[in-house]
Ligand binder design. Structure first.
Ligand code: FAD
Ligand code: NAI
Length: 494
């Protein structure tokens, strides 16, 4: 069956909007059927419904996916607890007295985290209901001709079809041989987020996004942390200067960071209270918990796909073209299950893209090299676009401007002056700075400051253009303004 994009007035319009239209969807037929209710899936559902499409979404656990239940939201909530702890500990510098030692009741922390999740889950559920998205509870399997069967959940056995199907089944933690997850000593992020108390000591295997966020959080709340990273540096995707600043802060806080080391196994203590982790050249460390954060793998188990032309790569990702279309006509795949940056907001963007594409619009594909990245460890890291290293590797002529938060009034006021803003711009033949290629930030609330840098990079704005805009004073964001202004060859404070 040859599939054609329905065009601007899609089947929703044909089925629902006009008495003259020929196709009336039966209850089992939808304009779009989505498998997976994480950010990618529910993003596509909400956006598609707002465009007038009839949508079914199949979710085997809870709508919200990894991000809401065991990812972004709980992890950031625990990091915020760590921030509060740091602030209270540092309150003396502001003349604020705290009677007695600063304590942590992790059960209260966990209850607050759950409250945030529950509130967002409730909000999302009513949003979906309000937009008339039909949510099926069960495992969705894709068969030929865009037929999706649902089974194993509260919705019972149901079969639905769609003019289009979107696969958004996400990802699960990757594990490594020799470190089988037992939920008590060897944990992944899923189990760390459910701990009822924090361990006295922990090894974090993998110094990527999860590893650094968890190491930072646990260390701030009193755990002795060792990070074991196989590559020569932690946060391998970040600009070298950004990584160096995070490393310096981690070391100051006594997080033991070991890079370029391989873990070779572990020997549990006889009483099951911890384990000795072996790594590198005969080294070992005795800890209460091991956190395995070596990446995530796409989830396609149980998804069916037999009799379809959907292909799964050797690494487990669903293969798609630039339009997120699989080999099966009318079947898209988005989010962590495809080999694009595994980020909630990339999932949202791909969901919007897929809906616009199936509506016959002409959306611009996501520019994956320029998506925003925010890592919420302390100090925070945020960036978009080229790092200095990747720009050089790409053979680009560049100029770089770096400014420290040490010279920023607001940073001194809030008492967090560790960090920098680094702007990488194209260098013209006359030596002047042109297009902004990348912006990398480390420091206080940089995850909230990245917005304008992201726009500059993605709008392909030049240094001259951006330097004309005003930054409010006194703000942390002035440092971005200063860093861009300095690239004009003149400056204020920088
Ligand atoms: P998921 O969120 O994994 O959702 C997939 C959904 O599909 C799940 O609900 C699953 O139950 C369901 N499903 C799977 N198979 C089937 C099936 N056959 N039938 C029915 N349902 C099915 N990203 C950020 O952008 N910012 C962050 O700060 C951030 N922090 C993170 C912290 C941690 C600890 C972790 C683990 C991840 C974090 N991420 C963060 C990554 C982010 O969570 C993911 O990129 C995002 O959740 C991916 O969305 P998704 O919809 O593709 O997949
Ligand atoms: P990751 O890919 O970010 O980092 C994994 C790290 O583990 C890498 O540095 C890798 O070199 C290292 N590693 C791999 N095998 C190893 C081994 N055997 N021994 C030691 N080190 C090893 O993966 P992570 O941290 O698990 O996160 C998964 C994804 O979730 C991220 O890539 C990101 O897309 C998303 N995420 C995003 C966050 C954010 O945006 N703030 C926060 C957390 C996760």
């Amino acid at each position: 069956m040859r599939w054609q994009r329905p065009g601007r007035l899609g089947t929703a319009a044909r089925g629902r909007r006009g008495p003259t239209e020929e196709v009336v969807p039966t209850p089992e037929h939808f304009d779009v059927v989505i498998i997976g209710g994480g950010p990618a899936g529910y993003g596509a559902a909400l956006y598609g419904a707002s465009a007038g499409l009839s949508i079914a979404m199949v979710e085997k656990q809870k709508v919200g996916g990894t991000c809401l239940h065991v990812g972004c939201i709980p992890a950031k909530e625990l990091l915020e607890t760590a921030a509060v702890h740091r602030h209270v500990q540092g309150a003396g510098a502001f003349g604020i007295g705290v009677a007695g030692p600063v304590t942590v009741d992790f059960s209260v922390t966990q209850a607050r985290k759950q409250q945030v999740i529950d509130q967002l889950h409730k909000g999302l559920t009513s949003l979906l209901k309000g937009r008339k998205v039909t949510v099926y509870d069960g495992v969705g399997r894709l068969g030929p001709d865009r037929t999706v069967s649902v089974a194993g959940g509260a919705s019972g056995e149901v079969t639905v079809t769609g003019d289009a199907v979107i696969l958004a089944t996400g990802s699960v933690p990757r594990t490594i041989p020799g470190f089988e997850v037992d939920g008590s000593v060897v944990l992944t992020s899923d189990e760390v987020l459910a701990l009822t108390e924090l361990p006295r000591s922990a090894v974090v295997i993998g110094g990527g996004a999860i590893g650094c966020e968890f190491a930072s959080m646990m260390s701030d709340l009193g755990t002795e942390v060792t990070i074991l990273e196989a590559l020569p540096k932690i946060l391998p995707g970040c600009d070298d200067d950004a990584t160096a600043l995070v490393l310096r802060s981690f070391k100051k806080r006594k997080i033991d960071v070991r890079t370029g080391v391989a873990v070779t196994g572990h020997a549990p203590r006889a009483d099951g209270s911890g384990t000795v982790v072996h790594f590198g050249d005969g080294e070992s460390v005795d800890v209460d918990k091991v956190v395995v954060s070596v990446g995530r793998r796409p989830l396609t188990e149980g998804l069916g796909l037999e009799g379809t032309a959907v292909r799964v790569s050797e690494r487990g990702f669903i293969e798609v073209d630039a339009a997120c279309l699989t080999g099966e006509p009318g079947v898209y795949a988005i989010g962590d299950v495809i080999a694009t940056p595994a980020l909630a907001h990339v999932g949202f963007a791909e969901g919007i893209f897929a809906i616009r594409h199936l509506l016959g619009e002409d959306p611009v594909p996501v520019d994956y090299g320029k998506v925003p990245w925010c890592i919420y460890c302390h100090p925070e890291v945020a960036f978009a676009g080229h790092s200095e290293q990747s720009a050089k590797e790409a053979g680009l002529d560049i100029v770089v401007s770096k400014h420290r938060f040490m010279g920023n009034g607001r940073a001194l006021i809030v008492g967090e002056s560790d960090g920098m803003v680094k702007v990488i711009a194209e260098q013209g033949a006359d030596g002047t700075a042109g297009r902004i290629l990348g912006v990398h930030m480390v420091g206080p609330w940089v995850t909230e400051q990245l917005g304008q840098a992201y726009l500059a990079v993605n709008w392909e704005a030049t240094v001259d253009e951006v330097s004309q805009f005003i930054q409010p004073h006194p703000t942390l964001s002035e440092l971005f303004g200063e860093s861009v202004l300095a690239l004009t060859g003149r400056s204020l404070h920088g």
